[in-house]
Design a protein around this ligand. Structure first.
Ligand code: AMP
Length: 210
């Protein structure tokens, strides 16, 4: 089963993708995580992507499509996959079709802008392993320390208030139209993303038929 997770930044796509990979036993690709790793490692991709990411803009489609093509060709994707953060505009959604990637289900996490702004203020990430925490909804065991690798948690550069507003603007202008794209294909299911992490996960499990 090939699934795309839709929703604004901070809706919980990364958290839910991690849970769905366990439930469905298929790999997930987070284009955002891949890009952040490339920035950390200082690769050519990272150098090209950084400026766009820091301002909350989208990285050029050609770079994203290259990442996704490579991922989809890996043997791990034979039984399906979850795409988190891709497609991010109609061009990318159409490009998946053109590549013959038949998306079975688009799961849209629904949440208001006000709630996103509140959540982003609570979000902390581990700079080393990328694990995401929320000081309210999903706090680390020890204040400000990653449960997995013990590094001090940080606020992501693009989670700072002014960048979040830009990311929301980009989401509404460029990403939201994808909801209609998958609805028209009869592949859209929506989930209330304001629920607890566990309840959102139950709703998504139901949506994928588990
Ligand atoms: P995310 O972690 O999904 O919120 O992504 C963080 C940033 O990475 C975004 O604000 C974009 O700059 C970039 N990015 C991630 N996925 C994509 C994509 N599919 N297309 C273009 N830019 C992306």
């Amino acid at each position: 089963m090939k699934i795309v997770l839709l929703g604004p930044p901070g809706a919980g796509k990364g958290t839910q993708a991690a849970k769905l990979t366990e439930l469905l036993q298929v790999p997930a690709l987070s284009t955002g995580d891949m890009l952040r790793a490339a920035v950390r490692e200082g690769t050519a991709l990272g150098k090209e992507a950084k400026g766009y990411m820091d301002s909350g803009a989208l990285v050029p489609d050609a770079l994203i499509l290259q990442i996704v093509k490579e991922f989809l060709q890996t043997p791990a994707c034979a039984n399906g996959c979850i795409l988190d953060g891709m497609p991010r505009n109609l061009k990318q959604a159409e490009a998946l079709d053109e590549l013959g990637v038949d998306i079975d289900l688009a799961l849209s996490l629904e949440i208001s802008d006000d709630e996103i702004v509140r959540r982003m203020g609570d979000r902390r990430v581990c700079p080393k392993c990328g694990t995401v925490f929320s000081v309210t909804a999903n706090p680390p065991q020890k204040d400000n320390v990653c449960d997995k690798c013990g590094d001090a948690l940080i606020i992501r550069e693009d989670d700072k208030a002014e960048t979040v507003l830009n990311r929301l603007k980009v989401y509404h202008a460029e990403t939201e139209p994808i909801i209609g794209f998958y609805r028209a294909k009869g592949k859209l299911k929506t989930v209330d993303a304001t629920q607890t992490i566990e309840d959102v996960n139950k709703a998504l499990a139901g949506a994928v038929g588990l």
